[in-house]
Design a protein around this ligand. Structure first.
Ligand code: FE2
Length: 298
């Protein structure tokens, strides 16, 4: 499979292999860059199916429930708990600019959401079917996962006009195992461009140390500790990709996205995978109920 030459981004970019088995060249590119772009991994029809299901879940959600949690003065713990207890649930998170001063929404409900998470892949049948396929299992196997486990799922709305910036970070900061094993599987459900805030990666940046670690202190509050305060080394490149593209990226790969000030949304779906042969610390923010054991891609 020949890479699609891209002078603009020089991204490691390929047509997705039919069976999901990554070639030696793809794996080399992933190891060199920390991310790999696989075009046409899923059909646009499958993307639309997932978007439609997300919209059904959005329809049933009342934003007032979330506004009251986050707007109550001095109730940071309440907001923290809404987040930290979402690892085995389906919860909604609003954009920072979603609400007007009078408590009303600036835009439609669909266009006010930042994300939905973090267990649609286990709790919703449509998300479950999208997230567990032989093709994804083949990708994970060829990347060297021994016992892959899909730890979390996120539906990212990146709405028009108010979709917020995500500053440069590494996902292993939040999804930490010993040794580190986190890999992100990011699906473009709509075309992503610089205009609507596509993903950007620093090629090779995953070879630097983990810069921060987020964990739960003994009092239950979350803290993000700086482990290495060196600046990011290298310039990010834009992963401008059409709907149906899968981007896999290392848990240490530095990535970011600009705010979406365009009139187009940029829906994406992300799975984060860890290897169950690695230690998963009890102080990680995401803890699941014992009745919801982790599953692989099968
Ligand atoms: Fe991230």
């Amino acid at each position: 499979m020949m890479p699609i030459e891209s002078v603009k981004t020089r991204s490691p970019e390929y047509s997705a292999p039919e069976d999901g088995v990554l070639s030696a060249r793809m794996l080399q590119d992933f190891n060199d860059n920390g991310f790999l772009i696989l075009r046409d991994f899923v059909s646009v029809a499958r993307c639309d199916e997932l978007r439609n299901r997300a919209m059904q879940l959005v329809d049933a959600f009342d934003p007032e429930t979330v506004r009251s949690i986050f707007s109550t003065t001095g109730q940071q713990q309440l907001g923290d708990r809404y987040f930290t207890e979402s690892g085995d649930k389906i919860r909604f998170f609003m954009e920072a600019d979603a609400f007007l001063e009078d408590g009303g929404l600036r835009q439609s409900k669909e266009h006010s959401l930042n994300k939905m998470g973090h267990a649609m892949h286990d709790l919703d049948p449509v998300f479950d079917a999208f997230s567990h396929t032989p093709k994804l299992a083949a990708v994970a196997k060829s990347m060297g996962f021994e016992r892959p486990a899909v730890l979390q799922s996120m539906y990212i709305f990146k709405p028009p006009n108010i979709g917020g910036e995500v500053v440069c970070h590494q996902d292993s900061t939040y999804i930490y195992t010993q040794p580190e094993s986190c890999v992100g599987f990011w699906f473009a459900l709509e075309d992503a461009s610089l205009e609507n805030g596509c993903m950007q990666f620093i090629p090779g940046g995953h070879k630097a140390p983990l810069k921060k670690r987020n964990y739960r202190k003994s009092d239950g509050l979350l803290v993000t500790e700086t482990l290495d305060d060196a600046p990011w080394d290298g310039e990010p490149v834009a992963a401008e990709v059409p709907a149906g593209t899968l981007v896999v990226f290392d848990g240490r790969a530095p990535h970011l996205s600009a705010a979406n000030r365009s009139s187009k949304s940029r829906h994406a779906y992300t799975l984060h995978v860890i290897d169950q042969s690695c230690h998963y610390p009890a102080e990680n923010w995401l803890q699941r109920d014992a009745n919801m054991p982790l599953r692989g891609f099968d």
